[in-house]
Design a protein around this ligand. Sequence first.
Ligand code: INI
Length: 159
Amino acid sequence: MTVFEGRFTDVGGLRIAVVVARFNDLVTSRLLSGCLDCLARHGVDTGDASGQLDVAWVPGSFEIPLVAQRLAASGRYHVVVTLGAVIRGDTPHFDVVVAEVSKGVASVARDTGVPVIFGVLTTDTLQQALERAGIKSNLGWSYGLQALEMGSLMAALPR
Ligand code: INI
């Protein structure tokens, strides 16, 4: 019996792309900090020249799937992390943005075979989003762990 599992150590060979939305930057920049902190503490070289980690900023969560698609299809990355915050608040098109980004991210993963971590918070209020981005815990950290696990798992599976 072979058991396939992702790993959280010896991740020096993993190349990771992060797509992060500027909309609700107060929240998404905290998610990004948490994610980068997690990756660095697990041995990912986050330095400019390493080529191991790249970050792409997009205007809002709606734009995440297009850029995730380009990065995943490039063949350069083992995993793509998406970070955004869609807050219901007074926004009438909350449901449109959430539907597009969630379905889009799932399609990118299936179409390219590259795992895409869904790190888009969907909350009713800014307070709830901030609680998940550092006030209580920082889900960016969890998304970093999930990226390591899925990137290394997919690399280990038979083609
Ligand atoms: N983008 C978000 O990432 N979060 C939101 O809460 C949001 N709201 O509420 O509108 C949002 N809108 C912008 C959208 O993602 C696109 O950037 C914009 O429509 C241009 O295509």
